[in-house]
Design a binder for this molecule. Structure first.
Ligand SMILES: Cc1cc2nc3c(=O)[nH]c(=O)nc-3n(C[C@H](O)[C@H](O)[C@H](O)COP(=O)(O)OP(=O)(O)OC[C@H]3O[C@@H](n4cnc5c(N)ncnc54)[C@H](O)[C@@H]3O)c2cc1C
Length: 385
């Protein structure tokens, strides 16, 4: 691992994006966040607001009729939406996850077709790597794809697919040559109208309840040859390269959750009085707030550094992307838990958003690779010759 101390610089444009997304999120997303969680329903208002304001998929390059925002701007969008509603932040985050394999390795035709439909807000994209028996060990997947004339025919079941059922486009990893292990896996762009594509059951979850997590069944699902993403056998490499670019976005979601909880807790402790004074006057409370703010800020910087290095096209993104996601998600879990503590009994009720933020934060330590897997990625990068 080469030491690289290059950091990042926020431009006026980045600050303007933050202001615009914060204002839109507070007005048009926050008012529905509790209801979306309670009713476990898709945040339709958030989707409409994100599309109307042009923030649902800012990462899509201009060549494919997108806005071509850089990786830091994309993180800022996700962070600011997550500050008020983590479920809604998965709309821009998973749009990047679902399209990144195509943007990295797909044909120009596929990039345009999928990229332009996501950029316009016509639909969303999802990413289908995991299976029930192949989570951390994703290369153990069983979903198969075989050639049939000018088509590919997919069979198998993917699970845990975020925004499945809502999205029209799915990047699906499947085994095309079982003899070759990970080098026998290929990636495909599957459309929900393709014959044999079936959306299965929805998971009942601890958090991010507004974001559907579903099974996808492929029952002789037939896609034309031009929907393979890159060369046959390159799919697993593309899937991992995608995660190098998108783990910072999960870090950004975690930073947003931490910031949202910190803001709630800071407001509360100034108002709440015990022992004849505001509880913010107690040093024990002040030290908790300072620790929470310190962790949130450190996580934010790490996420932006990872995003900037991805944007610069640096080769060895494994360590920094994994570290940013791991650090930020641990920070989010600790900060949201402390926020519940600072609100006391009120924090444990659904009258305040911090308990939702704590439940939502947990998933950031699990998806796009658990934090144990992030540590494996980091160590591998550190120990390689
Ligand atoms: C809400 C939600 C949304 C998701 N969205 C998507 C999605 O959109 N697309 C998609 O493809 N997947 C998605 N996933 C799947 C997610 O990425 C996996 O759940 C995750 O990678 C872990 O896999 P697993 O659940 O099989 O856990 P397992 O791999 O069974 O892990 C169980 C435990 O063992 C630990 N462990 C496993 N192997 C090792 C090891 N070698 N060393 C140390 N510890 C280890 C893990 O860290 C974990 O603590 C989602 C999951 C959830 C819950």
């Amino acid at each position: 691992m080469n030491p690289n101390f290059d950091t990042y610089q926020l431009t006026d444009e980045h600050h303007a994006v933050r202001d615009a997304v914060r204002s839109m999120s507070e007005k048009e997303i926050a008012p529905y966040a509790a209801e979306v969680d309670e009713q476990e329903r898709y945040p339709r208002e958030a989707f409409d607001a994100l599309v109307k304001s042009g923030f649902s998929a800012v990462h899509v390059p201009e060549a494919y009729e997108g806005q071509g925002a850089d990786s830091i701007a994309t993180c800022i969008v996700i962070e600011e939406v997550a500050r008020v509603c983590a479920s809604s932040s998965l709309i821009p985050a998973v749009n990047k996850l679902g399209t990144m394999p195509i943007l990295l390795s797909g044909s120009e035709d596929l990039k345009y077709r999928v990229g332009s439909s996501i950029a316009s807000g016509e639909t969303t994209a999802s990413y289908a790597l995991s299976e029930r028996e192949a989570g951390s060990d994703a290369a153990a997947m069983k979903t198969r794809a075989r050639r049939d004339g000018n088509d590919w025919v997919l069979n198998g079941t993917k699970c845990w697919i975020t925004n499945g059922g809502e999205s029209s486009w799915y990047t699906v990893m499947a085994v095309t040559d079982p003899e070759k292990g990970a080098s026998g896996i290929s990636a495909f762009a599957v459309h929900r109208d393709d014959p044999g594509f079936v959306v299965g059951g929805k998971e009942k979850k601890l958090g991010i309840k507004g974001s559907p997590t579903v099974e996808l069944h492929f029952e002789d699902c037939t896609v034309p040859d031009d929907r393979i993403i890159g060369e046959p056998g390159s799919g697993f490499k593309t899937a991992l390269a995608t995660l190098d670019h998108t783990r910072p976005t999960i870090g950004a979601q975690a930073v947003g959750l931490a910031q949202g909880a910190l803001d709630e807790a800071t407001n509360y402790v100034k108002e709440r009085r015990q022992f004849g004074k505001a509880i913010s006057d107690f040093q024990g409370v002040q030290f908790m707030l300072a620790d929470m703010a310190m962790r949130t800020e450190a996580a934010r910087h790490m996420v932006y550094v990872a995003a900037a290095r991805a944007e610069r096209g640096e080769g060895d993104l494994g360590f920094i992307s994994a570290a940013a996601k791991c650090y930020a998600s641990d920070a989010a879990m600790s900060v949201t838990t402390d926020a519940v503590q600072l609100l006391g009994g009120a924090g444990y009720t659904r009258d305040f958003p911090v308990e939702r933020m704590m439940r939502d934060a947990k998933i950031t330590q699990i998806y796009e690779g658990t934090n144990q897997i992030q540590k494996m990625v980091m160590a591998r990068s550190m120990l390689k010759d």
